[in-house]
Design a protein around this ligand. Sequence first.
Ligand code: ATP
Length: 264
Amino acid sequence: MNNSEASSSTDPLLEVDVVAVRFGGITALDGVSFDAPRGTIVGLIGPNGAGKTTLFNCLSRLYIPNSGDIRFDGRSILSKTPHEMVNMGVGRTFQNLALFSTMSVLDNIMVGAHSRSSSGFLSNALWLPWVQSEDARVRENAWELIKYLDLMDVAYATVGDLPFGTQKRVELGRALASKPKLLLLDEPAGGLNHDEVEDLGRMIRQIRDDRGVTILLVEHHMSLVMSVSDTVVVVNFGRKIGEGTPQEVQQNPEVIRAYLGEEE
Ligand code: ATP
């Protein structure tokens, strides 16, 4: 599609187009293509070292593909900075939490919204009226998310003092505060117990349904991926080896072979 054309609401939100990434002699991604249709949850799975994190890092512009293209809302993102990606509507969480552990839950979530704010250093320093009204909007949005994610009881608590599962919800809140159209979740179930994973699954589906957010989920927790994803993309050794509904990929012989001996 021509980048100057407006994207239609039926076009996929994200298009990964024959992306290849090499590190010296290692081919981490070898011509991977798939789409994420708007308002859907796409699971991205594959054995260790398959290339999932590399793809995530390309999507948040931490890595530059050697070839191929990635389009978001119809436009190539390859010339964008990581900060521009947030402004365009791409939010993410990290495998290892990336929160400010000495700050409160409220402040951490507000930081997420400020990462998208348009006020400059000088107008902030002078505390101009429009900066004040933006701050009020950011605060109101943060409280809405705190209620949405059931964090009211801990809103003023220091993040580092909270249980890991609660910290993960704070990270989700921080990513949602930038009002993303696309949310990249990097192994959100890591370190969670059974009940917490069930809650997380409900929350991921709610975020899609209530907010219309498109979600790309990298996860090793198979029952979570299979229960929440609309489609699943499977990579192995940098190549896409399967794509389809959870039922389809679970019956795909190549996927079964790749996972043989990988899962308990
Ligand atoms: P895991 O499930 O274990 O997180 P993954 O599917 O996310 O694995 P990647 O981390 O993307 O896999 O790694 C894909 C391949 O690229 C691996 O062989 C890895 O060693 C290599 N790789 C990833 N990042 C780098 C880097 N910065 N420098 C060199 N090699 C890298």
